[in-house]
Design a protein around this ligand. Sequence first.
Ligand code: DGP
Length: 112
Amino acid sequence: MDCLFCKIVAGDIPSSKVYEDEYAYAFRDINPQAPVHILIVPKEHIPSVDGINSSNSAVVAKIFEAIPKIAAQEDLGGGYRVISNCGDNACQSVKHLHFHIVGGAQLSEQMA
Ligand code: DGP
């Protein structure tokens, strides 16, 4: 499958890794929108939030267990935002489920 984030998880494309476990891989976004901008992805290919179901949702739970660990590691005690763009209207550009972890500064109240 020709998937950019599958290739990053496999190590075929280099990335700046910040966290890894059996289920998830996290790395710095190539185009950061804040001082800290990390992407966490499942190691298995799930196309988007729309692809989450009862057979793979345990992996999503593992991702959300990892996020606070990453936030602590990145000194985001002041707060941070977790975002997942799903589909064209949300401007999802990489069709492999990912959660943006954005922080390190006061963020805007704007969500869209
Ligand atoms: P989204 O628009 O939600 O699909 O976000 C995709 C993000 O992926 C975007 O913020 C930029 C990031 N990105 C795209 N290509 C690469 C890459 O090759 N390496 C890294 N580290 N990030 C990438």
